[in-house]
Design a protein around this ligand. Structure first.
Ligand code: AMP
Ligand code: ZN
Ligand code: FE
Ligand code: FE
Length: 281
């Protein structure tokens, strides 16, 4: 069935497959348009555009920016960005620098806990400037300290765990303003990560909308039908655009497939035009 996938990671950030391989999987899954949304980097987009032209898949230039939400995070997706915008890319480079300040501290904690690894090994495995905890998880997997990325996060890397170190993050309003200033549409990724009840999430999205939010990721790999319906209701009440995607990462989220998530995800093709219109005004 024809579908969209507006949330995908590649080797340009913490995904394990290069853009062309992600697109080959998307093509098999019936995806007609997709967004590459690597964390804090846009370097994967040219390769995606080229592969998309070959496969007849429309490529929406995107990005995902983590922002501060108390002790936790809100992730903001940006769509139809001018991905070559120098100011945007300078800001993203600043976010990548904050990763390079935090990651060696995580590695130090892991070493103190008895795991023999170095940040150079992590950077080598990552092969990109946007280095994240999933890369550290993969080094731990390769060295047999953990069996899965999930175990690495549950034991060491998740917020509050033994090797966790927070990172300097922009405020959501700043992340959204950066996306807007590069002509993109800011969308709240996986809204349930905010761990709010229905009314709390409504209020949060209302505030974010006042600060520039354009849409909400209603369709997501881990949402059940009831959750999807509740998010759709909030999006409608706040007149937010509806988007959706798998958040495919390959190896570090092995249960998530391009286009279909855990099997039940379908992001309707009709959601693309309103998003495109919002980006062109
Ligand atoms: P970082 O960008 O370095 O803060 O790492 C956060 C990223 O790790 C998220 O964007 C997810 O892609 C990934 N992640 C978070 N929790 C988990 C988990 N339990 N298992 C696998 N990946 C995770
Ligand atoms: Zn990620
Ligand atoms: Fe995210
Ligand atoms: Fe993501």
């Amino acid at each position: 069935m024809a579908r969209l996938d507006l949330h995908l990671h590649t080797t340009h950030s913490d995904g394990s497959l290069p853009p062309a391989e992600v697109l080959a999987l998307a093509h098999k899954a019936g995806v007609t348009a997709l967004a590459i949304t690597d964390h804090d980097i846009t370097t994967g987009i040219p390769e995606a555009l080229e592969a998309g032209a070959g496969l007849g898949i429309e490529i929406i230039p995107g990005v995902e920016i983590s922002s501060r939400f108390g002790e936790s995070e809100l992730h903001i997706l940006g769509y139809f960005l001018d991905w070559q915008d120098p100011t945007l890319n300078a800001r993203l480079a600043g976010l990548r620098d904050s990763r390079h300040r935090r990651n060696p501290q995580i590695v130090e904690r892991l070493r103190a806990l008895g795991c023999d690894l170095t940040y150079n090994e992590v950077r080598e495995l990552a092969g990109t400037e946007s280095v994240g905890r999933p890369h550290i998880a993969r080094v731990l997997m390769e060295k047999d300290y953990v069996k899965s990325a999930k175990e690495a996060f549950d034991r060491f890397l998740a917020q509050g765990k033994t090797a966790y170190v927070p990172r300097e993050l922009p405020e959501p309003a700043d992340a959204m303003a950066w996306i807007r200033s590069a002509k993109g549409v800011p969308v709240l990724a996986h809204p349930l990560w905010a761990k709010q009840d229905g009314e709390g999430l409504f209020k949060l999205c209302e505030k974010l909308k006042a600060e520039g939010l354009g849409g909400m990721e209603v369709h997501y790999s881990t949402h059940n039908p009831k959750q999807t319906a509740e998010l759709l209701d909030i999006a409608r009440r706040l007149d937010l655009l509806v988007t959706g995607g798998s958040d495919f990462h390959g190896l570090t989220k092995p249960d998530i497939e391009v286009g279909v998530g855990r099997g039940g995800l379908t992001v309707p093709v009709k959601l693309l035009e309103p998003l495109k219109r919002a980006a062109s005004v």
